[in-house]
Design a protein. Structure first.
Length: 90
């Protein structure tokens, strides 16, 4: 990551979490600098997990067949757009 593309965080975690994460990274041959990458990946996965949970909750009242039909329709629309030639630059 380029230095200008990063933001410094100050976070607090329990001692147990600190030891567990650092032990986990050390067991895999990772170094001190890898902690930032590990945390960034964990945060991205958590955001994705929460986003997916919210999306699932939004469709909870629909029958599974309707959700699948809606998803298939969206996939077909994206595929159609993907096949279209890109507009020429002016």
């Amino acid at each position: 990551m380029p230095v200008d593309a990063t933001t410094r965080w100050t976070v607090s975690v329990s001692r147990d979490t600190d030891v567990a994460v650092r032990s986990f990274l050390a067991q895999r041959g990772m170094k001190k600098g890898d902690l930032s990458k590990f945390i960034e990946d964990a945060v991205k996965w958590r955001v994705l997990d929460q986003t997916m949970a919210e999306a699932r909750a939004g469709f909870a009242d629909m029958p599974p067949e309707d959700v699948e039909a809606l998803a298939n329709e969206a996939v077909a629309a994206v595929r159609q757009v993907s096949k279209s030639p890109l507009p020429k630059a002016r």
